[in-house]
Design a protein around this ligand. Structure first.
Ligand code: COA
Length: 260
């Protein structure tokens, strides 16, 4: 698959998508969203890809937001469609069914921050900056920011960022739980790939089922979530990996997982 605005690389059991409009700070235009959707859909159904990393090209930006030149032409009707399209793409990332890690290598503003929020784990470089500056443009976050940021950092911190449009540095983002860890720019991708290797060394069926249960906490009451967890726990107790993992422990040897 060859794309105009993203680069998709296949590694051993995982893929890396690089947003690739560095001269526009990887701003998310229509083509980029379409290509991202196509790449993500193909990764979803590819059993050889068990995790995904999303990053940006260049040393400056992960993504500086939705493409403001395209956004400028929106009216009430097309604005809703504009937001709905980005939401759909980001939802398919969140619901990929496999772990998605953002390696945020610079500005993650507006839609760029929302894209990082749709990923399950966020690592960033020391020069990364985060923010939802939409109020500066007379709009609000439209790619899920009001929902995902609020769930992640709470109402007060989310309101602080979204209502002020303030841009924060990596250490502040880490302190508020917006990112999991901060690395040097040079080591960011390598550290992200190292973490992917840790995930890939586990049972894929257990990892993906755990991820499904974690995400269900957004949609279910605590009671429903507990019931769902118990049901899913039962399901993984029926896998080959469960039998192998527990047997390997008892035999004091490393488990050899097949993901089945
Ligand atoms: N949409 C479209 N183009 C964008 C963009 C966006 N969200 N963000 C940056 N660009 C373009 C700039 O227009 C510029 O293009 P040009 O060279 O053809 O003029 C190029 O990317 C470089 O950006 P520039 O503003 O010159 O870089 P900078 O280092 O001076 O500033 C930012 C960096 C991120 C602070 C600034 O680009 C910015 O504020 N971007 C918009 C952020 C935003 O509001 N995002 C939310 C959108 S809903």
């Amino acid at each position: 698959m060859s794309f105009e605005t993203i680069i998709v690389e296949k590694r051993e059991r995982y893929s890396i998508i690089t947003l690739n409009r560095p001269d526009k700070l990887n701003a998310l235009n229509d083509t980029l969203l379409d290509e991202l959707q196509e790449a993500v859909s193909s990764i979803k159904t590819d059993p050889k890809v068990q995790a995904l990393i999303i990053t940006g090209s260049g040393a400056k930006a992960f993504a500086a937001g939705a493409d403001i030149a395209q956004l400028h032409t929106c009216d009430t009707a097309t604005g809703a469609i504009f937001a709905g399209k980005g939401q759909e793409v980001f939802m398919s990332i969140e619901k990929l069914g496999k772990p998605v890690l953002a390696a945020v290598n610079g500005f993650a503003l507006g839609g760029g921050c929302e894209l990082a929020l749709a990923c399950h784990i966020r690592f960033c470089s020391e020069n990364a900056k985060f923010g939802q500056p939409e109020v500066n443009l007379g709009i609000i976050p439209g790619y899920g920011g009001t929902q995902r940021l609020t769930r992640l950092v709470g109402t007060a911190k989310s309101a602080e960022l979204i209502l002020s449009g303030n841009i924060i540095k990596a250490d502040e983002a880490k302190a508020m739980g917006l990112v999991n860890a901060v690395y040097s720019q040079e080591s960011l991708l390598q550290e992200t790939e190292k973490f992917v290797q840790i995930i890939l060394s586990k049972s894929a069926s257990a990892v993906n089922t755990a991820l499904d249960c974690i995400l269900s906490a957004n949609d279910m009451t605590e009671f429903e979530g507990m019931e769902y967890e118990a049901k899913k726990f039962g399901e993984v107790c029926g896998t080959d990996d469960f039998y192998e993992g527990t047997k390997a422990f008892l035999e004091k040897r490393p488990a050899v997982f097949t993901g089945k």
